[in-house]
Design a binder for this molecule. Structure first.
Ligand SMILES: [Zn+2]
Length: 324
């Protein structure tokens, strides 16, 4: 069976602030050699001498940019639309990251490529999910491991913000007060988005509160919103859906009379369209999770991403949306 998530009847309360730490990794023996080799092909120094923060994906980069204000230069290793779970870093990624002053990664097993990658570099590194209370994956080969998609809950994202505030203050103490102020202001926006999501999703009738997606990326949002979750595969690292997974989701959609099913922007939607075809459910549209869109697309920022997804989910499940 796909994996229903325990649900609550009300939205969760906002958590209080918790402190955190910056992880620093000792250089491995090969790191000096890597850096010497990289030095020969480093780009010419630029006029921009702000400290450089590198993130593993675009969602983290957007949050970091909001916390950093203009004081830090923020870059994402993976670009818009990339499949981030099984990403293969390029030599250019290694070069940029080796010259960074701080690396931010999601953790919770999201970036399966990242441990080896960062282990070769002598750059301070912060796991922004350290204070998240993880939800374990319920089924399949990943059962029991933490679901990495904690940013899909704006309440959990507050922990990401606070982690960045602390890490940036360590990196650039002269601007620590600005980072705190930026983080506080961004957390207010996250609370506003949470309240919008609550209002939108609470409008769904009790019989239309099942969320069916390709990847099991919505466990945190489903928990916050009191939705039942089902999916084709738990994480995109094994996105090849099996006939058994498809059959289980078809059964779930039929048993729960689900009005619409969805798929994420970074994977093929063909298996989910097969589910829609076999059940009569609408294909409710594209949800964004692992990547923002380009600036002129539907979700150029993380806050846009959350709002887009909730609008799409509410429209699909209430029978007023979908593009099938
Ligand atoms: Zn994902």
């Amino acid at each position: 069976m796909p994996s229903p998530v325990p649900r609550t009847t009300a939205f969760r309360r906002r958590p209080s602030f918790r402190g955190r730490r910056v992880r620093r990794r000792a250089a491995l023996p090969g790191a000096a050699l890597v850096l010497v080799l990289l030095a020969g092909c480093a780009p010419a120094p630029e006029a921009d001498d702000r400290p450089v923060v590198v993130t593993t994906f675009t969602v983290l980069a957007d949050i970091a940019q909001n916390v950093a204000g203009g004081h830090l230069r923020v870059e994402s290793i993976t670009k818009v639309g990339a499949e981030i779970h099984g990403y293969e870093p390029t030599p250019g990624d290694v070069r940029v990251t080796a010259n960074a002053d701080l690396i931010l990664d999601n953790g919770l097993g999201l970036e399966s490529w990242f441990e080896r990658f960062v282990g070769e570099l002598d750059v301070p590194h912060t796991v922004v999910s350290d204070d998240v209370d993880p939800i374990p994956i319920a089924s399949d080969a990943y059962a029991g491991r933490p679901n990495p998609h904690a940013w899909m809950s704006p309440l959990e994202a507050r922990d990401y913000v606070d982690a960045m505030v602390a890490a940036f203050a360590d990196l650039d103490p002269a601007h620590a007060a600005d980072f705190r102020a930026n983080g506080d202001a961004y957390n207010v926006k996250l609370d506003e988005v949470h309240d919008e999501l609550a209002a939108g999703l609470e409008s769904l009738p009790p019989g239309q509160r099942a969320l069916v997606t390709c990847e099991g990326a919505f466990s945190y949002l489903a928990r916050d919103a009191g939705l039942t979750e089902a999916y084709l595969w738990p994480v995109n690292a094994e996105q090849q859906s099996t006939p058994g997974q498809i059959a289980d989701v078809i059964d779930f959609v039929k048993e729960n009379d689900v009005a619409a099913v969805f798929c994420e922007s970074t994977v093929s939607d063909s298996a989910m369209r097969q589910v829609a075809g076999a059940t009569g459910a609408d294909f409710g549209g594209v949800l964004y999770v692992d990547s923002l869109s380009l600036p002129d697309g539907p979700v150029p920022t993380y806050l846009d991403l959350l709002r887009h997804d909730v609008r799409t989910i509410v429209a699909g499940l209430s029978g007023t949306g979908g593009d099938s």
